[in-house]
Design a protein around this ligand. Structure first.
Ligand SMILES: O=P(O)(O)OC[C@H]1O[C@H](OP(=O)(O)OP(=O)(O)O)[C@H](O)[C@@H]1O
Ligand code: HPA
Length: 179
C-alpha cells in the first residue's frame, strides 16, 4: 500500500538491524562501567532508538526531548523550537543523544550546546548522516549510514507527518509531493 509511493529503497530493514547491533556493541564497550542516559529526540528517532537500545548490554536510562526545526514538507525553517524539555538535572551525566538524521545540523547543534551548557557530557548517535545538507558544523560520534543529499522517509522519518511507519528508508516518487 505505502510502497506504491516509493521511488527507491535506500536502506533496508535488515541493514538497519545489522548496523544497530554493531553500534550497540560498540556503545556497550565504550560506556562500560557507566550508566548513560539515552536521550531520544521525538518524534523521528523512535524506531531506530527501539532497535538500538536492545543491543546495548549495560545499564542505561531513557528519556526524551522534542524539538522541531521543520514546519512540514521538505523545507527547514532554520530555527529550532523546544517542544518538550527534560525535567531532570543532567549536570555531570553521560548523555547519548539518539537521532534519526543529521541534515542541516541545526537541531543537534542546538541540543548539544544546550545540554553541555547544563553540564552534561554529550555523545551523538544518528541513524543517517546527510553531510551535504549541513549549514552548521556538527558531527556524530556514531553513524548508521551516510546518505546522499535527497529527502528521505521511513523508519521514523516523515514527509508531512506521514511515512514514519515504513520499515525501511526510501525516497518518495515526485508525484507524491505534487499531491
Ligand atoms: O539536521 P536538521 O536539518 O536539523 O534535521 C534533523 C532533524 O529534523 C527532523 O526532525 P523534525 O524537526 O522534522 O521533527 P520530527 O522528528 O518530529 O519529524 C529529524 O528528526 C531531526 O530531528
Ligand atoms: O531527508 C529528510 N527526511 C525527513 N525529515 C528530515 N529532516 C531533515 N532531513 C530530513
Amino acid at each position: 500500500m505505502l510502497e506504491k509511493d516509493i521511488e527507491k529503497v535506500l536502506i533496508t530493514e535488515e541493514e538497519i538491524t545489522i548496523r544497530s547491533k554493531e553500534i550497540g556493541a560498540q556503545l556497550t564497550k565504550d560506556f562500560e562501567g557507566k550508566t548513560p542516559l539515552i536521550l531520544g529526540i521525538l518524534r523521528g528517532s523512535i524506531p531506530f532508538l527501539a532497535e538500538l537500545v536492545k543491543r546495548i548490554d549495560i545499564h542505561v536510562e531513557m528519556d526524551f526531548m522534542a524539538v522541531s526545526s521543520y514546519h512540514g514538507g521538505t523545507k527547514t525553517s532554520g530555527e529550532v523550537k523546544m517542544i518538550m524539555d527534560l525535567d531532570t538535572p543532567v549536570n555531570g551525566r553521560d548523555i547519548i543523544i539518539v537521532e534519526d538524521i543529521i541534515d542541516t545540523g541545526l537541531t543537534l547543534k542546538y541540543l548539544k550546546e544546550l545540554l553541555e551548557h547544563r553540564g552534561a557530557k554529550v555523545t551523538i548517535v544518528t541513524m543517517l548522516d546527510k553531510k551535504e545538507g549541513r549549514k552548521v558544523e556538527i558531527e556524530a560520534d556514531y553513524t548508521g549510514f551516510p546518505i546522499p543529499n535527497e529527502f528521505v522517509v521511513g523508519f521514523g522519518l516523515d514527509y508531512d507527518e506521514k511515512y514514519r511507519n515504513l520499515p525501511y528508508v526510501g525516497v518518495l516518487k515526485q508525484e507524491v509531493y505534487m499531491g
